[in-house]
Design a protein around this ligand. Structure first.
Ligand code: G16
Length: 548
């Protein structure tokens, strides 16, 4: 079959987008991510791989999202989306890395000639690829490079969604691969269909509830602002939204002093929000591609900043959905589980366990959480940084549809659960869908942020970045909670941790930035800061010495 490889077209596309020398690309936590202007060759090769993936899967639609999400505006990145809207199957990440790193056109052709029989690609199959990008300036050139790869491979149906959010792209991919009947239920696979689906489900769930007080949404000066400009007017009677940080025309503003990562890392509101926020009012911050969200408010008594992060969203969602399952009379049938990462605050894990919910810890990265959550009837997964969603398995949806309620209460709870399936993005974490879910829960419970916050008290924590010579020298195990390399370092981390009451700390290499991350928590603010600082110094000393 390799003889059918369009060698001529591939050669000219590859010559047009030569690989920069001396750069090694890796498909990491969230696909490829690095400086935007070095990624053109990688995008042309992603185009090639997307066509192969689609052919391999019988012509199903594959997605490509061009974004560097929470990272600065000069960065960019790309990730592939599999047919059900989930992240690319991990076994193919290796092929992505292999293609991206082929140094020359002839090497690229050689890799491809080997891959086609290895992957048993049937060249006669069709290929469909849908792609989108965030607001980063480098996105335009990267789309061109991607298209060149797609065209060279003779992609049958390339579809350009233009500037869009990551979750909307995932929604599109999932919807495009459904059979007609299922698609009618799911929603039209288009940006309009996505916005409409969310607005309809939200309106149904809010029926009879008092309209909420205004919510401030910080859009991180990213693409979330574009999507929300379309959605907000459709629901403004039920939820007035005040959009802040919506400047998408100035590239340098993206994620700068705003956005979910800023709030989580600095543990304070962005200046633009601080300026207008009143005590007791709730606000949330999205990130650059609108796939994560964190909430916060200022304490009505003392005006202190209080963060309601991914852990708080997970506990809120798991508690509410658990109650609905009980009210529907299905608690013996439907099992709920929660998936977290090592970054989850120790208090949140303890709280969930006390409430009888099974909790699993997996490595950082949506792909790991998503797969673990799929093992439950209802899997709630959130990273502390605000990435996450709630998955209802196909079997669960069938059970809910077939359920014959014995009382009006059971009927209402079942209908609410089915509406939640529509409101909550089933393909990937989605900041907009997530904050609408939070708003529904708060309205149903008649809670403000203060009541939501009362479940448990976060242990003070600190996350710091350490610049090291070679982050790949850091290897972890036990869901990234322990270092196995550099040898001897973990023992020294342990020795420091033991000095702090309720101390916990871990060290892991970032998959999206060139640094090592140190997380620490302890019983006091001073303790958490001190623990983080001591472990960070240790890591930095290790890196600067000649101990590797
Ligand atoms: C990406 C991943 C997240 C991860 C974050 C930080 O987020 O999708 O799962 O938590 O990077 O990862 P790391 O610590 O490995 O750099 P985003 O919002 O940038 O797509």
């Amino acid at each position: 079959a390799s003889s059918q490889l369009p060698v001529h077209a591939l050669s000219s596309a590859s010559d047009k987008y030569p690989k920069p020398q001396g750069v090694a690309f890796t498909y990491g936590t969230a696909g490829f991510r690095t400086k935007g202007d070095t990624l053109e060759s990688t995008l042309s090769r992603i185009g090639i791989l997307a066509v192969l993936r689609s052919k391999k899967l019988n012509g199903q639609t594959i997605g490509v999202m061009i974004t560097a999400s929470h990272n600065p505006a000069i960065d960019n990145g790309a990730k592939l989306v599999d047919p059900r809207g989930e992240m690319l199957d991990a076994s193919w990440e290796h092929y992505a890395t292999l293609l991206a790193n082929a140094e020359t056109t002839s090497e690229l052709l050689k890799v491809l000639t080997g891959l086609i029989p290895e992957l048993k690609i049937d060249w006669t199959k069709p290929s469909r690829v849908v792609f989108g990008r965030d607001t980063r300036p480098s996105g335009e050139a990267l789309v061109k490079a991607l298209k060149a790869g797609l065209e060279a491979m003779g992609c049958d149906a390339p579809m350009d969604m233009g500037i869009t959010t990551t979750p909307c792209l995932h929604y599109m991919v999932k919807g495009s691969n459904l059979k007609q009947e299922a698609q009618i239920k799911y929603g039209v696979p288009s940006e309009q269909g996505y916005v409409q689906k969310l607005a309809t489900a939200f309106t149904k769930l809010m029926k009879g509830k008092t309209p909420a007080s205004p919510l401030i949404v910080d859009c991180a000066n990213g693409v979330g602002a574009v999507a929300l400009a379309k959605l907000a007017p459709l629901i403004s009677d039920i939820l007035p939204i005040r959009l802040l940080c919506t400047n998408t025309s100035d590239a340098s503003a993206l994620n700068h002093s705003c956005g979910a990562d800023y709030v989580k890392t600095n543990q304070k509101p962005p200046p633009a929000v601080q300026e207008v926020m009143e005590k007791g009012q709730r606000a949330c911050s999205l990130d650059g591609d609108a796939d994560r969200v964190v909430y916060y408010y200022l304490n009505p008594d003392d005006g202190k900043f209080r963060l309601l992060d991914g852990d708080k969203i997970a506990t809120l969602a798991a508690g509410f959905i658990g109650d609905l399952v009980k009210q529907a009379g299905l608690s013996d049938t439907l099992k709920i589980g929660v998936v977290q990462t090592a970054y989850a605050n120790g208090s949140s894990t303890q709280y969930l366990q006390h409430n009888g919910l099974p909790v699993r810890c997996v490595p950082t990265g949506v792909k790991h959480l998503h797969h673990a959550a799929e093992r439950y009837n209802i899997g709630v997964y959130f990273e502390a940084n605000g990435h996450g969603t709630v998955l209802f398995s196909e079997e669960t949806i069938d059970i809910l549809n077939a359920h014959e309620p014995r009382s009006p209460g059971q009927e209402t709870a079942t209908q609410h659960l089915l509406c939640l399936v529509d409101l909550i993005n089933q393909a990937v974490g989605d900041a907009i869908s997530d904050f609408l879910m939070v708003e529904v829960i708060l309205a149903h419970k008649r809670w403000g942020p203060v009541e939501w916050d009362q479940g448990y008290e976060d242990l003070p924590n600190r996350l710091v970045k350490v610049n090291v010579k070679n982050r790949f020298a850091f290897k972890t195990q036990d869901a990234e909670r322990r270092l196995v390399e550099p040898k001897g370092l973990q023992e020294r981390v342990d020795a420091i941790v033991n000095k702090f009451e309720k101390g916990r700390s871990f060290v892991r290499p970032s998959g999206t930035e060139d640094c090592v991350r140190v997380y620490a928590e302890a019983s006091t603010r001073v303790g958490a800061d001190e623990l983080a600082a001591q472990v960070a110094t240790l890591v930095s000393d290790f890196s600067n010495g000649d101990l590797f």
